[in-house]
Design a protein around this ligand. Structure first.
Ligand code: ATP
Ligand code: MG
Length: 420
């Protein structure tokens, strides 16, 4: 026997029994996007490696160690997208969607790829819903996007187990000034740093604030605070956003340690986190990235957006028991007797013509009625459509409700007997 090949580590299959919860979530997300009038954009999963290096930043975890990059047959370096913003911005520039400061509200959904250590809530292929808006300068857009996510949690029934943590990074000059303070502080305490943080001190010192190492927490909590260094305009933007969130009744805490792992953010950054996700606590992260479009060669365009990790969101939904079972309109067709059995496919087609909203499963072949009804019940069917010789002759179907003891009903199907 040939040895069977396994899937790639960290790239899970989603089997039929799980697909139902995915479809439920995807439906909810589609509806939500259309209620806020965001437009879907679909971009490839492969982009040039250079795009991610230039957007996410050379010295970030993603670019340094998480990208799936390889040379194509032409010798060009390409990368499986680790996130969606870069490709979305690239596409907007390429197709002039941001010309003349055109405003855009966009979304996309699909797989992302990062070479990380697989564990619960962290995979090498995972799915995100990404939402981006361009050319909105004021904090109303952050408020809109946060209201959208808050509504999503509410409507999915998990609003009580997620919370919003908010911060501002200020503009680039103030961030650089802060960076200098931070480096001084950590240099003075270098002996206390772990190897990872020592490396980051040289490359991306703000990321030290993000460290999960318990031994560093004390040091980090005494570090200079970014919020004390942000420029006046960014501070005003942040204050206005907070006022809007209060007006909307969206609760949040300011967490000055949220810096985000990607280089392109400025001003607002945030994470929706949950204590029900283990160490992978962030289910959604986002913020403002006003310089990205221009730095990728497009027209100066402000931007805000976020991404939701769908696997993590599904973990939350499952834990909270918030995935509805999908028995609605499930039905089976049971044919009794040789003549009806031979025609079961044809009868099923007629039923599907007459009842377009049902999901009809056909049992081929014969069997005892009671056994088949039991089987249908177990499979979660709501109704059984039964056709025997009598029904065939009369052009009818007997309908039995499997969820209650309602009396059986008889349905007449036109042209039931025609040999079409
Ligand atoms: P983390 O803190 O888990 O490393 P991140 O800061 O790298 O997250 P982003 O790049 O902001 O995450 O991605 C947005 C969302 O995508 C995260 O909040 C998370 O829900 C999800 N996500 C990120 N990486 C993974 C992964 N490897 N597997 C599953 N979901 C992920
Ligand atoms: Mg990460």
């Amino acid at each position: 026997m040939a040895t069977h090949l396994k899937g790639i580590k960290g790239m899970p299959d989603i089997l039929p029994e799980e697909v139902q919860s995915w479809q439920y979530l995807e439906r909810k997300l589609h509806e939500l996007m259309s209620r806020y009038n965001y437009q879907e954009i679909r971009v490839p999963v492969l982009e040039s490696t250079q795009l991610f290096k230039r957007s996410i930043g050379d010295i970030t975890d993603i670019v340094e160690k998480e990208m799936y990059s390889f040379d194509d047959r032409n010798g060009d370096s390409i990368t499986l997208r680790p996130e969606g913003t870069a490709g979305c911005v690239r596409s907007c520039i390429e197709h002039a969607l941001l010309r003349n400061n055109q405003q855009q509200r966009l979304w996309y959904m699909g797989p992302m790829y990062r070479y990380e250590r697989p564990q619960k809530g962290r995979y090498r292929q995972f799915n995100q819903l990404g939402v981006e808006a361009f050319n909105f300068d004021d904090p109303e857009i952050e408020a809109e996007q946060l209201a959208l996510t808050a509504r999503l949690w509410r409507e999915l029934g998990i609003h009580e187990i997620v919370r919003l943590e908010l911060n501002t990074l200020g503009d680039l000059p103030s961030r650089n000034a802060y960076r200098a303070h931070l480096v001084n502080y950590f240099k003075a305490n270098e002996a206390k740093l772990d190897a990872d943080s020592k490396r980051r001190l040289e490359t991306n010192p703000l990321r030290i604030l993000d460290s999960k190492n318990p031994d560093l927490q004390n040091l980090i909590s005494n570090a200079p605070v970014l919020l004390d260094h942000v420029d006046r305009e960014s501070r005003r933007h942040f204050d206005n956003l907070q006022q809007l969130l209060q007006d909307l009744g969206i609760q949040y805490t300011v967490n000055t340690r949220i810096v985000r792992g990607l280089d392109y953010y400025n001003r607002t950054v945030y994470e929706w986190v949950s204590d029900h996700l283990g160490s992978q606590s962030a289910v959604c992260s986002g913020g403002r990235f006003d310089n990205l479009v221009e730095s990728l060669g497009g027209p100066a365009s402000t931007a805000t957006g976020f991404a939701i990790g769908l696997e993590r969101l599904l973990i939350l939904l499952k834990n909270a028991n918030k995935i509805p079972t999908d028995s609605e309109n499930k039905a089976v067709l049971i044919c009794m007797g040789n003549t009806a059995c031979k025609q079961s496919t044809m009868i099923a087609e007629k039923l599907r013509d007459a009842l377009p909203s049902i999901s009809l499963h056909t049992y081929f072949g014969s069997g005892s009625l009671s056994k088949l009804l039991q089987k249908a019940n177990k499979a979660g069917a709501e109704k059984a459509y039964i056709v025997g010789d009598d029904e065939l002759a009369a052009g009818t179907v007997t309908v039995k409700n499997l969820c209650n003891n309602e009396p059986q009903q008889t349905l007449t199907l036109s042209n039931f007997n025609s040999s079409k």
